[in-house]
Design a protein around this ligand. Structure first.
Ligand code: DC
Length: 221
């Protein structure tokens, strides 16, 4: 079968990763969670005691950072298993700063393009359809209301035993939307040729089915 590249973008907690993972599994493609890469870099910045708002100091760390994504979801960053920690509030609350630094983005984008070069992928993020993989075979832009997204993330955190309140999660999602959409380089926005999918009223299963239908329609697989 020919190589197929699927880009799924959208704002924080819009359910992209759950759905992308399920769709990739069903199609036998590799799932690439680019948000996890920005999160891993953020964890490294915090681990080193560097201020995430200090762009020059964060950029200086680029040569020290290695990020590996494993098929089972494990994330390794410079010798440490960060799978769990990258979902915790101290990382979520700082990741948008790191993701706004152009040099860090360029380094991670290079890794992302390499991964999509050699295999069929479902890659989720913010700038996949617009910047990382502009020639993707399928581009989906997934949205949902702030309340719905915050509720989903809150329940997910509860399941994982990550302490937070719904108010905290709403504030975090709103803050990240604001920073992600307003950054100068590769901001969050739909690609002109993306298909808009509003999941506010869809279950995970319905969203998964819809995304698969779009991929099959667009690629003929
Ligand atoms: O999808 P997520 O919540 O795990 O993403 C974490 C942060 O990384 C999010 O605030 C925006 C940023 N990000 C990005 O700027 N570009 C990407 N391709 C993926 C994530």
């Amino acid at each position: 079968m020919r190589k197929i590249v699927v880009a799924i973008d959208g704002p924080a907690a819009s359910g992209k990763s759950t759905v992308s993972k399920a769709v990739a599994k069903e199609l036998g493609f590799t799932y690439i969670d680019t948000g996890a890469m920005y999160r891993a870099f953020t964890e490294y910045v915090l681990r080193k005691g560097v201020n995430p708002e200090d762009e020059a100091a964060c950029v200086k760390l680029i040569p020290e950072v290695t990020i590996d994504l494993y098929p089972d979801g494990k994330v390794m960053c410079s010798g440490k298993d960060v799978t769990r920690e990258i979902r915790e509030p101290h990382v979520s609350g700082n990741v948008s700063y790191i993701a706004s630094y152009k040099d860090i983005r360029l380094a991670l984008v290079e890794l992302q393009r390499k991964m999509a070069d050699k295999q069929s992928v479902v890659m989720d993020g913010r700038d996949i359809g617009t910047y990382v993989l502009p020639n993707a075979d399928v581009k989906i832009y997934q949205i949902a209301s702030v309340e719905e997204r915050a509720k989903r993330r809150f329940l997910e955190n509860q399941e994982k035993g990550i302490p937070c309140t719904l108010e905290d999660v709403i504030a975090d999602v709103e803050k990240r939307d604001r920073i992600d959409s307003s950054r100068a380089f590769a901001p969050l926005k739909p690609a002109a040729d993306s298909i808009l999918l509003d999941t506010s009223k869809l279950s995970i299963e319905e969203t998964r089915a819809k995304v698969l239908e779009i991929i099959r329609e667009k690629t003929g697989i």
